[in-house]
Design a protein around this ligand. Structure first.
Ligand code: FES
Length: 174
C-alpha cells in the first residue's frame, strides 16, 4: 500500500465551504495538467482533508474538464476514498489473508468492543473512525494496523488496548 493510501494523522476541523473549495483547487491544481491526473488529485485531497466531499465533485469536474458524473464515478469506484469526514483519529485494521491467519478476527473483535463502533463507522462522539483495509504491506509481521497513518505490526488485543489508550477522547473507553 502506498503512503498516499493512508491518512497522515488526525484531521483538522472542517473548513467553511468556500475555504474548502479553494483548498481543493489548490491541491488538485498540481495534477490538472497530468494525463489521468484526477486520481492523484483525489489521493492528495483525501490525504490532506480526510475525505472527498460531494461538494468537491463540481470543483474537480471544472478543473479536469470532466462531467460531475465522471468524477463521481471515480470517487465511488474506489472504496479507499471516504465520503464523510473521519473521526479525529483513524484506526485501520488489516483484514487481508495473512493478518486473518494470524489473529485478525480476534483483533477486530477487540477493536470493536474497545472503541464502541463497528468497522466502517465513526464513534458517535467523533473521537475515532474504525476502518478495514486490505494489506498494509506488513504480512510477515501480521496482524497489522495503522493508527493515524502510523503502521504497527504483530498487534495483539492487549497491544491494541495500549495504543488506543494513548488517544485523546478515548480515556473512557472500556
Ligand atoms: S495481509 Fe495484513 S499486512 Fe498484508
Amino acid at each position: 500500500m502506498s503512503s498516499s493510501a493512508m491518512p497522515s494523522g488526525a484531521y483538522a476541523v472542517e473548513a467553511p465551504p468556500g475555504a474548502r473549495a479553494d483548498r481543493v483547487r489548490a491541491l488538485a491544481a498540481a495534477h490538472a495538467a497530468e494525463p489521468g491526473g484526477l486520481l492523484p488529485a483525489l489521493h492528495a485531497l483525501h490525504d490532506a482533508l480526510g475525505h472527498i466531499d460531494d461538494a468537491d465533485v463540481p470543483v474537480l469536474a471544472g478543473l479536469f474538464n470532466l462531467s460531475r458524473a465522471e468524477v463521481h464515478g471515480v470517487v465511488t469506484y474506489y472504496h479507499h476514498f471516504r465520503r464523510q469526514p473521519p473521526g479525529r483519529h483513524v484506526v485501520q485494521l488489516c483484514r487481508a489473508e495473512a493478518c486473518q491467519a494470524c489473529g485478525g478476527d480476534a483483533l477486530a473483535e477487540a477493536a470493536v468492543l474497545r472503541l464502541g463502533c463497528a468497522e466502517g463507522q465513526t464513534r458517535a462522539d467523533g473521537a475515532v473512525t474504525l476502518e478495514a483495509v486490505y494489506c498494509l504491506g506488513l504480512c510477515a509481521a501480521a496482524p497489522a494496523i495503522a493508527l493515524d497513518g502510523r503502521l504497527h505490526a504483530r498487534v495483539t488485543p492487549e497491544r491494541l488496548a495500549g495504543l488506543l489508550a494513548g488517544l485523546d477522547g478515548l480515556e473512557g473507553a472500556p
